[in-house]
Design a protein around this ligand. Structure first.
Ligand SMILES: [Zn+2]
Length: 142
């Protein structure tokens, strides 16, 4: 028997959390664009996503369990779902593998401070996306 939240519980938990999206123009937070954000990381988890034409299968929305064929598909990519706080407000962002690896290298065994995230435009083969880089900045006030 595996434990999982039903979708009502999940949406209740997520209701207070806003989602940040890395776009070619910067971070999109509820329709406003920010090129740089300074945040306090609070938690992280891995979410597997499989993209198809017009759909995305995400392991956090999947009720099929660990043997789900989509979640285990070779083309599925692992995203780092980073939970952060910005001015006390909980936010989440899903980081693609390149940005996740950058963050993992920066953080090492842990960081004591705030994280400055910068989103810049990247382009390849006519596709544009938001590329996220990180810096550790001053410690938070006690
Ligand atoms: Zn699945």
């Amino acid at each position: 028997m595996t434990f999982s939240f039903d979708s009502n519980t999940r949406s209740a938990i997520q209701a207070d959390t806003s989602y940040l999206k890395a776009t070619p123009d910067g971070f999109d937070l509820g329709g406003r664009i920010y090129p740089v954000l300074t945040v306090k990381p609070t938690a992280s988890t891995i979410v597997t996503k499989l993209f198809g034409p017009g759909w995305v299968h995400s392991s956090d929305q999947c009720d099929e369990g660990p043997k789900c064929p989509e979640c285990n598909d070779k083309k599925a990519r692992k995203y780092l779902r980073l939970s952060v706080e910005m001015d006390g407000r909980p936010l989440q962002i899903d980081l693609p593998p390149i940005a996740s690896a950058r963050l993992a290298e920066l953080v090492g065994d842990g960081i004591d401070g705030l994280l400055r995230m910068t989103c810049t435009r990247a382009e390849k083969n006519g596709n544009a996306w938001g590329d996220v880089t990180f810096e550790i900045v001053g410690k938070e006030a006690a």
